[in-house]
Write a protein that binds this ligand. Structure first.
Ligand code: GLU
Length: 441
């Protein structure tokens, strides 16, 4: 079986970390099996779907490195949905209903008042031809409901949640098309999954109840249901899906210097039994991806942890991956020297200035003499082989200083900072003339 997955966002907004995680999981599963990963834009809601969101979704997936093998749009498939509805009408699996939202609301209140579950009573099923004609003559338009088969218990073996069972008699026949002709997402989605050959539906557990209904839709449409994996939801460090998390998108993360690899490495594994590790390339994530490792508890997404993982990934990024984002002229040696000290790639620019630009560090007055010695020593050492080691050895011998008293003023004068990358690595990059000048020579 060729694995086909799909990521199906509605282009009514930008992607946030929650749906990026779903996209990543769909992509990883397809890659692991040499399958196809489809981007399906669920744009049946014509008013709320926007072209700029479509473009942003494509750009965000590209930034994450999740290239879809195919793209489809529900808005281009309305004729397919019409045809499917006609088939289901002919088979008696959908029926027109005329209740208004207020009438349905009232029914629910009455049921609840009697201590009954608020399941649709199927009153529309018993309307006679004449009653329907009367309603239509009054100007009422029907909405369409899918008739669940109460004799066919619903079940599937969820790849994350294990065996799932639902009694269709306890579920309302779902509305699939509104009276204005617009589609609700469920039937189009099931039909798309069939026609696009989707083998695995990977999505959030907020869709479990929809899946129960869709399992019967697949069957009514004459196709086997795909496999389902419903992942536990994403919550913030505080244990809830915060507003921040629900709207946290690529733009904001990127502005904070988060690397796509960090986001992929994090989102691929939180909520699973596998450790979150700093992978620069997705290969190991693909290889180890397994729904059996997914937990049932909500996955906790902590921004501080993401920042930490990001730093670990920055420390591993090869020059060719960051080159385009570094200051003009920054060499591989410069990058490798400063990389261990960065939290984001953008911070390399500060170190670039320190290496090759202007350093303003007024030396402490009581170090002035020491720094004059240092400038003289820097002029005396052989710069072709480990000048830092020679410089400190010479200064130890000439001044008797050791430890902090030796290193601290040197680092301060040479970099303008109290801490930073190894001086042995930085000094040759600063270069002889500049170093002597910074030491006041
Ligand atoms: N458009 C639906 C959503 O974003 C898709 C759910 C699905 O994956 O089927 O919730």
């Amino acid at each position: 079986m060729r694995v086909v997955t799909r990521f199906a966002p509605a282009p009514t907004g930008r992607l946030h970390v929650g749906n990026m995680r779903t996209a990543i999981h769909n992509w990883l599963w397809a890659k692991k099996h040499g399958g196809r990963f489809i981007l399906r834009l669920d744009d049946t809601d014509r008013e709320r779907s926007r072209e700029d969101h479509v473009e942003a979704i494509r750009a965000d997936l590209a930034w994450l490195g999740l290239a879809p093998d195919e793209e489809h749009r529900q808005s281009a498939r309305f004729d397919r949905y019409d045809a499917a509805l006609e088939r289901l009408k002919a088979a008696g699996r959908v029926y027109p209903a005329y209740e208004t939202a207020q009438e349905l609301d009232l029914k629910r209140k009455v049921q609840l008042g009697r201590g009954k579950p608020p399941v649709y009573d199927r009153a529309a099923l018993s309307l006679t031809e004449a009653e329907r004609a009367t309603l239509e003559a009054e100007g009422r338009r029907p909405h369409w409901r899918f008739r669940l088969d109460h004799a066919a218990p619903i079940g599937w073996d969820d790849l994350v949640r294990g065996p799932q069972h639902f009694d269709p008699a306890l579920l309302s026949d779902p509305v699939v098309r509104r009276e204005d002709g617009s589609w609700l997402y469920m039937l189009p989605s099931a039909l798309d999954d069939i026609e696009l050959g989707v083998t695995h539906v990977v999505r959030g557990e907020d869709h479990v109840a929809n899946t129960a209904l869709q399992v019967q839709m697949f069957e009514a449409l004459g196709a086997p249901a795909p496999a389902f994996a419903h992942e536990a939801l994403l919550v913030g460090a505080e244990g809830k899906l915060s507003k921040r998390l629900g709207s946290l998108g690529v733009e904001a993360l990127r502005a904070e210097g988060i690397e796509p690899a960090a986001l992929v490495a994090k989102l691929a594994r939180i909520g699973t039994s596998l450790p979150v590790e700093p992978f620069v390339e997705p290969g190991p994530l693909i290889e180890t991806f397994d729904f059996a490792t997914f937990g049932r508890a909500p996955a906790r997404f902590d921004l501080a942890e993401l920042a930490g993982l990001n730093a670990r990934i920055v420390h591993l990024l090869p020059y060719e991956k960051v080159r385009a984002r570094l200051p003009e002229g920054m060499s591989e040696a410069d990058w490798l020297a400063v990389r261990p000290n960065l939290r984001t790639v953008a911070e390399a620019a500060e170190w670039w200035d320190i290496l090759h630009g202007h350093v303003a560090a007024p030396p402490a007055a009581d170090d002035a003499g020491f720094l004059r010695e240092a400038a003289a020593a820097a002029a005396a050492v052989d710069w072709s082989a480990d000048p830092w080691r020679q410089l400190v050895d010479l200064l130890k011998a000439r001044t008797g200083r050791t430890g902090k008293a030796l290193f601290h003023p040197l680092r301060g004068a040479l970099t303008g900072r109290d801490s930073g990358p190894e001086m042995a690595v930085l000094l040759p990059l600063i270069g002889r003339e500049e170093a002597i000048a910074r030491l006041g020579g």
